[in-house]
Design a protein around this ligand. Structure first.
Ligand SMILES: *Cc1c(COP(=O)(O)O)cnc(C)c1O
Length: 396
């Protein structure tokens, strides 16, 4: 057996993987023209209306409302749907903290429901048990660029009069049964933060097919103005969350790269799936066949359940990283365990205890990530990854 790099052996790989973001003349031109135009924000716009139109079309939504980031997109979407302080919002714990803070920021209370073992997304069959008289909304998260079964979740939501707010931060371009996500529920939020599949450094977009919800969201993100109202007319409590023209300029250029990058990630994910077939102990995370377009914000794979004690995740990551392969641990602390969640107890005086054993075991012992930019490499890069994985697994 080859000596592991961590023990002084030769690493499988020394060259870097593709860096992120990717940009070129389109971004440069658009930024420079925006700068020179003096149309930087407010009502003075050059790119934003075009971005709204193109992004809505891209996701198959009727309305797109640009905002400063994906976190505030979720907050605004919740408020636009009528969620109030003290209301409960059902969500999974295996996601970025923003899914929870989006509710906490205005005093709404996250209620965590465990994930499905195979897809790692909200277990829809467990949602009903978590509904109380205070529940107002559900936030399903389209994790890693996969998509969750929104039609099934909507049936549960409709039965109990709840709003469905999609966290589509990681799923621009992804589809469930030929439908792009974001406006399949009542509202959804996408992110253009620096690591996301299309990025302007920061940025977000709210999507919906409902005109009233779109107007609510626009108003909440525009200091409580109303679409046809006067500049100093404010009809509700609103933030100023408008996207700048510099963000819009970059995003318009990034959109032109989306399809090509999509195809590349898909192709490389397929190569990795194939390679994992003959690496005992590692398997790709299950992709539901109805996810007919996967955005691969992350390529997620797992240490198999019956080997996750034999192959300790942290140790595995140290060894594979030493081989020059940038495998990530992902969300190693669930949102249920984050210190911020204890804030809720201070407000409500109620201690909440969540049982999410599937999320716990997945995050702590099993789930490994490769980021979307690694998936933009060449075929040889994917073979280096699988060679590294094979070498490290063989050491256990
Ligand atoms: C990135 C992300 C967010 C937040 O988006 P920002 O633009 O960083 O505020 C929310 N949810 C998930 C799942 C994310 O990955």
């Amino acid at each position: 057996m080859d000596k592991l790099a961590i023990d002084g052996g030769l690493p499988i790989r020394t060259e870097p993987f593709p860096t992120w973001p990717i940009f070129g003349e389109e971004e440069e031109m658009n930024i420079l023209e925006t700068l020179r135009s003096g149309k930087w924000g407010g009502t003075n716009r050059r790119c934003l209306p075009d971005l709204e139109k193109k992004f809505a079309a891209l996701q198959g939504a009727e309305f797109a409302i640009p905002v400063v980031n994906g976190t505030m997109g979720l907050t605004v979407a919740l408020q636009a749907a009528g969620v109030k302080p003290g209301d409960e919002v059902i969500m999974p714990p295996y996601t970025f903290i923003a899914t929870a803070t989006a509710a906490l920021l205005f005093g709404a209370i996250p209620v965590f429901v465990d994930i499905d073992e195979s897809t790692l997304m909200l277990d829809i069959d467990k949602v009903e048990d978590a509904i109380s008289s205070r529940t107002k909304a559900i936030i399903p998260v389209h994790l890693a660029g996969a998509t969750i079964n929104i039609p099934k979740l909507k049936e549960v939501a409709r039965k109990h009069g709840l709003a469905v707010i999609e966290d589509a931060a990681q799923a621009v371009g992804a589809e469930w049964e030929q439908n792009r996500v974001g406006a399949l529920g009542d509202l959804g939020s996408c992110s253009f933060q620096s690591g996301k599949n299309i990025t302007a450094g920061e940025g977000g977009m709210i999507l919906t097919n409902d005109k009233q919800l779109a107007e609510n969201a626009w108003s909440i993100a525009n200091v409580g103005r109303i679409p046809e109202g006067a500049w100093y007319q404010h009809e509700r409590i609103g933030w100023n969350l408008r996207m700048t023209e510099f963000q819009s300029a970059i995003l318009l250029a990034q959109l032109t790269r989306l399809e090509e990058q999509f195809d590349k990630r898909e192709k490389n994910a397929r190569i990795l799936n194939e390679s994992l077939k003959d690496i005992k102990g590692l398997v790709p995370v299950h992709r539901d066949p109805r996810v007919n377009r996967h955005a691969y914000h992350m390529y997620m794979f797992r240490i198999e359940k019956d080997l996750d004690e034999q192959i300790p995740k942290d140790d595995f990551i140290r060894k594979i990283n030493a081989e020059g392969i940038p495998v990530l641990a992902g969300y190693h602390s669930l949102n249920t365990n984050q210190a911020v969640i204890s804030e809720i107890e201070k407000w409500t005086g109620e201690a909440r205890k969540y049982e999410c054993p599937i999320s716990e075991r997945a995050s702590k012992n099993q789930i490994l990530w490769l980021s979307q930019s690694v998936l933009l490499g060449e075929e040889k890069d994917m073979h280096d990854i699988s060679d590294g994985l094979r070498k490290v697994v063989a050491s256990y």
